[in-house]
Design a protein around this ligand. Structure first.
Ligand code: XIL
Length: 458
């Protein structure tokens, strides 16, 4: 079975470049948001989102600007989606998911089966009745969101803390040790397009708990139980700091043939120490090829479930913190619109674009495509970057493979649906300042495009 995959086609065609030749993106074209910097490394950068905060314009402004993936913080949990047995409520989760898709953001589904945040009726079930309820829940929710989820946390936090690597005691565990693999097989049967993840905390370094998860993944792979990814929550503070073997631990899981994702990152603290820890997490992920995304567990410190620990990248007013700059720098961004990188200010970009070797050249534009594909479909996010002259409009051309078709476009107007298709700016995103970027996206059926996009200034 072909698993979903994310590829970045770093392709650019300059208007002034010779026809048919490619230009290499210069440092001035480099990304200046978390999402675009991560995309340049073939990864997503996501955040937990609370549906009730979406009407807060500071919150949604940062969400739109910085993040390329979202995880509903509570809205997909069992108590939220099936408050009464057999009666499903997807309203809050749908709000988050549909908004994300409109904005070209991926969605991490969280979580199908978990001992916590169960509705009262499930807490009171046991044995076969609970097992059947779990299977029905996984089936219904995964079916409802089929085709919309990049990765599902199928099972969350099923192992105990402490030294013996045992399963966590819970009503689900007491239905039989096979409850985890049943949940995974059920999720795959309902949605063959999403990656299926096991997600946990205190598994970030090598220890008895992560060894037990490792053994389970190894066993699942050997027996053909469908598992595609392991999530590392990465909630850090002084009592549970970033482990020194974080990267090595991610790598050993990746070596089992699964993707690894940092799923709920937050690091209590402030200033340079916090910034350095964030940078270290990013570097570890970038060093592991199969670490394909990082999600922080909230946007502003005040949005955090551990707000008193100020563990996030933006302060309560929505200003980027030192941790934000360090994260952006670690992602490889070379332009930072907000603050200097706290740990290596000497690497700040030149303040004088006219003398910088990274000055954009050419009066046209370039385009690059990032693709999230699954069997039978794909979502393409296209970044348009202006050259040295301000754009007042743009058109991007792409050739779709035979048999593929555009089904839905956002932030651009498509001309044609098959073969050579062109996309022209809409009213609000035609103007692009020199070296600045704008994005649009489209969803398609069939195989994703793999050819060079052209960009023409208008
Ligand atoms: C937390 C949410 O952030 C809180 O709003 C909620 O009250 C409790 O759950 N591990 C997980 C997340 O997998 O679902 C938890 O989220 C944090 C710990």
């Amino acid at each position: 079975m072909t698993r979903p995959r994310t590829t970045v086609i770093a392709l650019a065609a300059g208007l002034l470049a010779a026809a048919g030749s490619f230009v290499v993106l210069s440092p001035a074209d480099a990304a200046s948001t978390l999402g675009s910097a991560a995309a340049a490394k073939g990864r997503y950068f996501g955040t937990a989102v609370a549906a009730y905060k979406l009407s807060d314009s500071v919150y949604s402004g940062i969400l739109n600007r910085e993040f390329t993936s979202v995880t509903p913080e509570n809205e997909m949990k069992w108590d939220a989606t099936e408050p009464t047995q057999g009666s499903f409520n997807y309203s809050s989760a749908d709000t988050i998911v549909n908004r994300a898709i409109t904005n070209g953001q991926k969605v991490r589904g969280h979580a199908l089966a978990w001992h916590s945040q169960q509705p009262g009726w499930a807490q009171n079930l046991s044995g076969t009745a609970l097992r059947n309820a779990m299977v029905n829940h996984v089936t219904q929710v995964a079916t409802h969101y089929r085709g919309k989820i990049d990765s599902w946390d199928v099972v969350n936090e099923a192992f105990a803390d402490g030294g013996n690597g045992a399963r966590r005691d819970s009503n689900l565990q007491r239905t039989g040790n096979d409850w985890i693999e049943v949940a995974f097989r059920t999720a795959r049967a309902a949605d063959s397009t999403a990656k299926l993840c096991y997600n946990d905390y205190n598994t970030d370094g090598q220890n008895a708990k992560s060894n037990a998860v490792y053994a389970m993944v190894q066993d699942f792979k050997a027996r053909g139980v469908p598992i595609d990814c392991v999530g590392f929550q990465s909630h850090f503070n002084s009592a549970s700091p970033l482990p020194s073997d974080y990267q090595a631990n991610l790598q050993r899981f990746a070596n089992l043939g699964v993707d690894v994702q940092i799923t709920e990152l937050d690091i209590e603290g402030s200033g340079t120490a916090q910034a350095n820890s964030y940078a270290a997490v990013v570097r570890a992920c970038l060093a592991v090829t199969r670490c394909n995304g990082i999600t922080v567990w909230g946007i502003r410190d005040t949005d955090s479930w551990r707000a008193s620990g100020t563990p996030l990248l933006f302060d309560g007013s929505g200003n980027p913190k030192a941790a934000y700059s360090a994260t952006l720098t670690a992602l490889g961004a070379t332009t930072d619109p907000s603050t200097s990188p706290p740990t290596s200010p000497s690497t700040s970009p030149s303040a004088s674009p006219s003398t910088s070797p990274s000055t954009p050249s050419g009066s046209g534009c370039t385009a690059s495509v990032s693709v999230n594909a699954w069997t039978g479909g794909f979502v393409a996010t296209v970044k348009v970057t202006a050259g040295a002259t301000r754009l007042s409009g743009w058109t991007v051309g792409l050739t779709l493979p035979s048999g593929s078709a555009v089904s839905n476009t956002w932030s651009a107007t498509a001309s044609g649906t098959t073969g050579a298709v062109s996309f022209t700016n809409v009213a609000y995103n035609g103007a692009v300042n020199p070296a600045a970027t704008t994005e649009f996206g489209f969803q398609g059926t069939g195989t994703a495009p793999s050819t060079t996009p052209t960009c023409t200034a208008r």
